[in-house]
Design a protein around this ligand. Structure first.
Ligand SMILES: NC(=O)c1ccc[n+]([C@@H]2O[C@H](COP(=O)([O-])OP(=O)(O)OC[C@H]3O[C@@H](n4cnc5c(N)ncnc54)[C@H](OP(=O)(O)O)[C@@H]3O)[C@@H](O)[C@H]2O)c1
Length: 313
């Protein structure tokens, strides 16, 4: 049996007692693999044999990941790149078509959403959505809906424990009337993600679909996402202070990899077992009561679909 341990640096995944996945011949579509914990997850999936279709907004960064995967796996064809900018739903629709062409012969075994961002001030996507809500929650829902007919096995969505301080505001979902803060808007984007994820997981189960959906909180992971203070100097200080406490990107990938490859009940929420779910070994996490509200989940998922349809669908 292969060990469930990275062949690259030997960093433990925290679930070495489980058999290592054999992903040879399996097609994985991923967002957010150009940096951070998504890049580490992509490398590991490729080492386990997966063929990757990486949807990236930066071709240059995608090419770097492609080179690393080729060097570490010895498989030059292991990565194909597709352009995707989650800031713009027309790009999401074009990416879905491009992914459809790339996977026409194989279908998609796994669809993994990792991409996400934090902004320092209120910004909007091309479609006029509050940017974190648009990029972190609405665009991934659209991409999922467009690709779902081709998915055979599982959808994995990286959300965050930040959903626990998010609040759904039916009257002003995009903070157009004020009240924007990084914490409130990021929390909302992740709560909406948790809710459409829960709703879709339930729909898939109810309709007898072979596809399931898993939600992930990677933990506190030192990546570009931390650079959100508004000052490069302060960002550098926060990063230096966080280094002994936060997980590395490779450690942060462990929950994503568990969610992607192990048998799990649909709609599970996985993340690290340490205090505050900041770090530790991947386990089942408790989500907020709001994120478990099935009625709200149905309502938010319907609202989110109306938003993306209204933006040119
Ligand atoms: N780091 C943490 O402590 C933490 C905690 C909880 C949850 N998370 C979640 O984990 C996920 C990965 O974050 P990370 O920490 O690895 O951050 P990261 O290093 O900043 O990576 C974010 C990834 O998302 C991509 N991305 C961002 N905006 C995009 C857009 N508009 N269109 C397409 N791709 C876009 C980035 O592409 P580029 O390479 O082009 O920038 C990058 O590949 C996010 O969903 C984040 O919310 C992170």
């Amino acid at each position: 049996m292969t060990r469930t341990r990275s062949a690259r640096s030997g960093a433990p995944l925290g679930w070495e007692h489980l058999p290592a996945p054999d992903l040879r011949g399996r097609t994985v579509v991923m967002t957010g693999a150009s940096d951070g914990l998504g890049r580490e997850a992509a490398l590991q999936l490729a080492l386990w044999g997966a063929d990757l279709v990486l949807a990236v907004r930066s071709r240059d960064k995608g090419e770097i990941v492609r080179s690393r995967v080729t060097a570490e796996t010895g498989r030059p064809g292991a990565v194909r790149l597709v352009d995707l900018d989650l800031d713009d739903l027309s790009s999401v629709r074009a990416a879905a078509e491009a992914i459809g062409r790339e996977t026409a012969g194989t279908g998609i075994d796994l669809l993994i959403h990792v991409a996400g961002l934090v902004t320092r001030r209120r910004e909007e996507t091309a479609d006029g959505f509050e940017r974190m809500l648009g990029v972190n929650a609405l665009a991934p829902l659209l991409l999922t809906d467009l690709l779902l007919p081709s998915v055979r096995d599982r959808v994995v969505v990286v959300a965050s424990h930040a959903h626990t301080f998010g609040r759904v505001d039916r009257a002003d979902p995009h903070f157009r009337r004020g009240g924007w803060s990084l914490r409130a808007a990021y929390g909302r984007s992740k709560l909406v993600t948790m809710l459409w994820g829960l709703d879709l997981a339930e729909q898939l189960t109810a309709t007898g679909s072979p596809v399931d959906l898993q939600l992930v909180h990677p933990g506190w992971v030192l990546t570009n996402l931390q650079n959100a203070t508004g000052s490069d100097h302060l960002d550098a200080l926060v990063t230096a202070a966080s280094r002994p406490l936060a997980m590395t990107a490779q450690e942060g990938a462990a929950s994503v990899l568990l969610a992607a490859t192990q048998p799990l009940p649909s709609g599970s929420y996985l993340g690290p077992d340490g205090p505050g779910a900041l770090h530790g070994r991947p386990t089942f996490l408790r989500r907020s009561p709001t994120a478990l509200d099935r009625g709200l989940a149905r309502e938010v998922a319907a609202w989110a679909r109306a938003e993306v349809d209204g933006a040119g669908g």
